[in-house]
Design a protein around this ligand. Structure first.
Ligand SMILES: Cc1cc2nc3c(=O)[nH]c(=O)nc-3n(C[C@H](O)[C@H](O)[C@H](O)COP(=O)(O)OP(=O)(O)OC[C@H]3O[C@@H](n4cnc5c(N)ncnc54)[C@H](O)[C@@H]3O)c2cc1C
Length: 628
């Protein structure tokens, strides 16, 4: 790496594309100044984005390599993280950036989800582990909707004001994807508290040395004195408890150590700076907790946290791919190797930068189209979340009702989480490929990106679980109503005249892809009533998730191209021409190219996937386990 690159740091943000999505494509600034977003305006939003970009490229990015190389340590249940991570947290909380995600009554700035996700994306790109340590105040906003007034003052307000850490505690050694298999118990202590006992595994932020306290949101099974489950087996029998690291008295003072203790820190492939902990509850002293909201409704309550976490994972995955691509692009512009293919036979031909080689251009465009397409998917989803908040506050002028918006958001989350994480990991390998052997070495950040990104396909529900969630819950539960609404919008663009006649071929490809997805869906729904059909569906939920995601991303990229073509067309007007700087012209041309690339090279694969899906037989299920 040159010293200029070292000074520049690893993270390549793409604020131009963030602003394009927020203010040109989805016009999220139209949401500012109203209801919960009354304090926000466009000028403030732009300033926030710039300052957060500085933080992401500064203190956050500075701790990226150190977090990978300096191991976390565990001693007496206390985890120490690398110093740079704590400096990043000092800068984040010192700048009061946690307030971006807070509602007004908890001291928020009135930032809509679209703006706060834009900030989270950049911080995740700079240092995802550091960002995850900041989750406490956001978990507080979720708890805020569920707790009693007394609980709010005792737990939620200090989580925000005193910057406590927060965790979500579901997983156990025998309860991973199958959360309902959890065996951790909770017994009513008769004094308003519960005593929890059990072993939790893989808990992010289980302990770290920055905050004075950590609040664990724990799923456990309430049992009676006889040890029998009060509410039965499975997820429905689980309740949600607030279990702190240090107990807190009614006056807010911190008491002694509670019996929720980290007994192991995982040694992982990547994301090493993030503490992933085994949490032992009630082994040497009681693990005291309070029942959230005084109701046994754990899984439904925890789902709000899970939804947030899934959006965060998709956002992290997208931004990691984006910075991976931009690092690869920088390298491809500088690395000189070989002659132009057209002059390859001429041994005296000048050597060219590798960006001139067709195969490298193919890899770069593949990454660009996906990174920007995923950004559009995430900001589309975030813009729906803005509209939900406006509708909840009854200040929206939306044609679409609250229920419909909420269902659309639900439908999009498995795409955000499942598709973004899979494509990010797959295409970061291509970012690395562009760097050749150098990419395999630690002088460049891409090998760490790849290791850090793999987790995104696993936690918060594996890709397999996302595929099943999409088909059985998000589509099945409302008989496909939310999906039909989304597909109708895609159909409108495909059949319309977007792009001043310049996107006709791409719109036709989109229409074909839409037809393929509709056929896939019809085949899977048909399978449900056939003998063994459920297995045929189960063999295809993940391919269907990928196919629907590609259709939606293809659609959003074409919408982006339409906006870009309009901007380019306006610039042809002699009166306006001077107003479009070269950088903007290149940006818009790149947008159109990315959309065209995606339509021409990604969408046609849906036909093959449909053919495979429709022809699925039960051979995979009939095969004896021993024959694998
Ligand atoms: C770094 C890290 C951080 C984490 N952070 C947290 C945290 O903060 N809080 C928390 O509670 N948990 C956390 N987890 C746990 C994480 O959510 C689980 O690892 C994940 O849900 C998968 O569970 P599992 O590892 O037990 O895999 P398993 O459930 O054993 O799955 C193994 C494989 O089988 C597949 N599979 C399982 N069941 C089915 C099924 N019914 N149908 C089809 N396929 C299936 C899966 O898709 C997967 O491919 C974390 C994990 C890691 C590694």
């Amino acid at each position: 790496m040159t010293s200029a690159e070292e000074q520049m740091g690893h993270y390549r943000s793409n604020l131009r594309d963030v602003e394009f999505n927020l203010f040109e494509l989805f016009a999220t600034h139209d949401h500012y100044g109203r209801g919960p977003f009354a304090p926000m305006d466009l000028g403030t939003a732009r300033q926030v984005l710039r300052e957060v970009e500085r933080l992401a490229s500064g203190e956050f990015a500075d701790a990226f390599v150190e977090g990978d190389r300096v191991p976390l340590t565990l001693s007496n249940g206390e985890v120490t993280v690398p110093a740079g991570i704590n400096r990043a947290l000092d800068a984040y909380f010192g700048g009061e950036w946690h307030r971006l995600q807070l509602p007004d009554h908890l001291g928020g700035y009135g930032a809509p989800p679209s703006l706060s996700w834009a900030c989270s994306a950049m911080l995740a790109g700079g240092n995802a582990a550091a960002l995850m340590y900041t989750a406490g105040p956001f978990f507080a906003t979720i708890a805020d909707r569920l707790v009693t007034d007394e609980q709010r003052q005792r737990w939620v307000v200090p989580m925000v004001e005193r910057h406590w850490g927060g965790t979500m505690v579901l997983t156990e050694p025998d309860a991973g994807s199958d959360v309902g298999a959890g065996r951790t118990t909770a017994i009513d202590a008769g004094d308003g508290t519960w005593h929890l006992a059990g072993l939790k595994r893989f808990i992010t932020n289980g302990d770290f040395d920055w905050p004075e306290n950590i609040v664990h949101l724990v799923l456990a099974r309430p049992v009676g004195p006889d040890g029998l489950a009060l509410n039965g087996p499975g997820t429905k029998g689980l309740s949600l408890y607030i279990v702190p690291k240090y107990w807190v008295d009614a006056d807010g003072s911190l008491q002694g150590r509670n019996g929720a203790v980290v007994t192991k820190v995982e040694d992982k492939m990547g994301l090493k700076a993030s503490s992933t902990c085994e949490l032992t509850l009630g082994e040497h002293r009681p693990a005291r907790g309070v029942l959230v909201g005084d109701v046994h409704d754990g899984i439904r309550q925890m789902f709000r946290v899970i939804e947030y976490a899934r959006m965060l994972v998709g956002t992290k995955a997208m931004e990691t791919l984006s910075t991976g691509y931009l690092n690869a692009l920088d390298y491809a512009r500088q690395r000189v190797q070989g002659a132009d293919l057209a002059s390859a036979a001429d041994k005296t031909a000048p050597r060219v930068a590798i960006i001139r080689h067709p195969d490298v251009r193919r890899m770069l465009l593949e990454q660009k189209a996906h990174a920007e397409g995923l950004r559009a998917l995430i900001f589309f989803t975030a813009s729906i979340q803005d509209r939900i908040r406006l509708a909840e506050a009854d200040v929206g002028d939306d044609d679409t009702g609250l229920q419909e918006l909420a269902k659309l958001n639900d439908l999009l989350l498995p795409l955000v989480k499942g598709y973004a994480s899979e494509k990010s990991y797959e295409l970061l390998a291509q970012s690395l490929q562009v760097l050749g052997g150098s990419g395999y070495c630690r002088d460049y950040p891409v090998e760490q990106y790849l290791r850090d990104a793999k987790i995104d396909t696993l936690y918060e529900g594996t890709t397999g679980i996302q595929g099943m969630d999409l088909f059985f819950r998000k589509i099945g539960r409302d008989q496909g109503a939310a999906l039909a609404g989304l597909l109708a919008q895609i159909q409108d663009l495909a059949k319309g005249d977007a792009g001043n006649g310049e996107l006709a071929r791409e719109r036709a490809l989109l229409a074909d892809a839409l037809g393929e997805v509709q056929q896939m869906l019809a085949a899977m729904v048909g399978n449900l009533s056939e003998e063994g059909g459920l297995y045929r569906v189960g063999l295809n939920t993940t391919p269907f998730l990928m196919s629907l995601s590609e259709l939606v991303v293809g659609w959003l990229l074409l919408r982006s191209a339409e906006v870009a073509l309009d901007a380019l067309k306006r610039a042809q007007d002699p009166a306006d021409a001077a107003a479009l700087p070269d950088a903007d012209r290149a940006f818009y041309e790149g947008k159109v190219a990315a959309a065209r690339w995606f339509a021409a090279t990604v969408l046609p694969h849906l036909a093959a996937r449909r053919a495979v899906l429709v022809a699925t037989d039960l051979a995979a299920m009939a095969l004896d386990d021993a024959a694998f």
